[in-house]
Structure formats: structure tokens, C-alpha cells
Design a protein around this ligand. Structure first.
Ligand code: ZN
Length: 278
């Protein structure tokens, strides 16, 4: 009897699980506006193959990063101003490698490591304005449904909630109403979310990035201050040949494969933004 109940329960659950997929596979998306929101100028690395592919397939791809990344170093010779400048250059080089136009990179200029202590209403207002200006069809973000309250890198946790909160607020015309009455913007509802850095068991969508691995590896290799000896001793954007090769190899090992194909995994959610944390 219990077995029958379990089978019936399983059948009821199965359509829910399988429906959590994009109706049109991501590999076939075109003419969409895509907005990725992250905390640091390398958080797009979770999705770079997908971003390069979407850009190549005729979508408008925008990358919005909340902090300048001005703390991420162990090199005692770098100041926060130095690092903000270096990481801006690295992110621009990475996006150029992906084919994303330079003016599609937005940085809100907050200090690295301090997002949770910023004025939340102010940050959300800026993101709401961006969402209302760009009118994205899909938002890519850190997954607010991951177990952040147990432990998660603080800025990533903050970024996930700020993005979700901004998406929710953007759809209500009486929230941040001045943007509508004074700036000529309109309320905008985003119904599709691709959440990255999700818990493995929550991922439901694997984007096949075949043909875009090389762009991803090249883009990731631009983060010399983060993923090379530059982390301890930054000597400029170009690495000696041998280390450059070693970094490329190390970065390429981070690409995940499923059934022989390179993929990026996401938790896809469709629906009103109030639901994306589930
Ligand atoms: Zn980060």
C-alpha cells in the first residue's frame, strides 16, 4: 500500500520537477534581453559560456556588478584604488573575449566585502532603475535559494537577495515611484530567472556551451589579479608565457561536462519574482 502511495506521490511530483525548465532551450534563445547581476567583477564566470552563446545568438547581454572588487587581493602592494582599476580592466577584457560590448558592463561602484552593510534601499533602487531601463526578459543571479544562512560568501549572499528584491520591486509601479513619475520609466516584470552557484541538487537546467568553451577559458584567464600569481604579487595584465599556459589549463579544468558536452548548470525559475527564493 505504502508503495502505491509513493508511486502516486511520485507521479504528482514529477511534472512539477520537469516543468522547471525553459520552454525554449537556452541554446535556442534569441532576441532576448539578458541582465546578469553579480557582486564582483568575475562573478559572471559561472555563466560565461552561456553569456558568450547568448551574445552570439542575437540577444542583448548586460552585466551589472555591484562592487568594484577592490578588496580581493593578498598583494600588500596594491591599494583599493589600484585594485578597482585593475579589476575594471580585467572585467572589460573578459567581456571583450566573450563578444559582449564594453558599454553593456555596468558597475555600481560599491566596496568589495561590504555589500551587506550598504543602504539596502539605495542599492535596490539602483537595481530597480536598471531593470526598468533595460527591461530584461531574463535575470541571471546568484541563487537566493541556496543555503546562504548557513554559510555563503557574504557579498554573494547579499547580491542574491538584492537582485531578487530588486526584481520584485521593479514590477510594482508604486514602489520607487519617482522613477516612473519623474524619470519616465515603467514598471517591469521579469518572469524568467537563471540562478547560478545553486546547490547541486537544485540545478535543473544545464546549458550546453559547446563551441564557446574557448571564449570562456580566454575570458576567465583575464582575471590575472585573481587566479594567478597576481593574487599575491600583481605585475600587470600579461603573464609570462609559461604561467599564462598554466592558468588556461587550470581554468579549463573548471569546465563541467555532462555526457561529454561542456555545460553550465543553473536553477531555472519561471514565475513572479516573489517566488525565486523557493
Ligand atoms: Zn564573487
Amino acid at each position: 500500500m505504502m508503495r502505491i502511495i509513493l508511486i502516486i506521490a511520485g507521479c504528482m511530483l514529477f511534472p512539477v520537477l520537469t516543468s522547471a525548465q525553459p520552454e525554449v532551450p537556452v541554446e535556442q534563445w534569441s532576441e532576448k534581453t539578458i541582465l546578469l547581476i553579480g557582486a564582483h567583477p568575475d562573478d559572471d564566470a559561472y555563466s560565461m559560456g552561456t553569456m558568450a552563446m547568448l551574445q552570439a545568438h542575437g540577444n542583448e547581454v548586460y552585466i551589472a556588478i555591484l562592487t568594484t572588487g577592490n578588496v580581493g587581493t593578498q598583494d600588500p602592494g596594491l591599494s583599493m584604488v589600484d585594485l578597482a582599476r585593475i579589476r575594471k580592466q580585467e572585467e572589460q577584457a573578459a567581456l571583450a573575449a566573450l563578444g559582449i560590448p564594453g558599454d553593456h558592463y555596468i558597475n555600481l561602484g560599491y566596496d568589495d566585502g561590504m555589500l551587506e552593510y550598504e543602504n539596502k534601499k539605495e542599492v535596490v533602487a539602483k537595481l530597480v532603475r536598471l531593470i526598468r531601463q533595460l527591461k530584461p526578459d531574463v535575470i541571471f543571479s546568484f541563487d537566493p535559494g541556496k543555503g546562504e544562512q548557513r554559510w555563503h560568501k557574504a557579498d554573494h549572499r547579499a547580491s542574491s537577495y538584492l537582485a531578487a528584491d530588486a526584481a520584485r520591486a521593479a514590477m510594482w509601479p508604486l514602489l520607487f515611484q519617482g522613477q516612473i513619475t519623474m524619470e519616465g520609466l515603467e514598471a517591469h516584470t521579469v518572469e524568467e530567472y537563471m540562478l547560478f552557484d545553486s546547490a547541486e541538487e537544485d540545478k535543473n537546467t544545464w546549458v550546453d556551451i559547446s563551441g564557446f568553451e574557448d571564449k570562456k577559458i580566454t575570458a576567465m584567464s583575464k582575471y590575472v589579479s585573481q587566479w594567478s600569481s597576481g593574487w599575491y604579487d600583481y605585475r600587470g595584465p600579461e603573464l609570462p608565457n609559461e604561467e599564462a599556459k598554466e592558468v588556461r589549463e587550470r581554468v579549463s579544468r573548471r569546465i563541467e561536462y555532462r555526457e561529454g558536452n561542456p555545460v553550465e548548470g543553473f536553477r531555472y525559475v519561471k514565475g513572479l519574482p516573489d517566488n525565486i527564493g523557493r
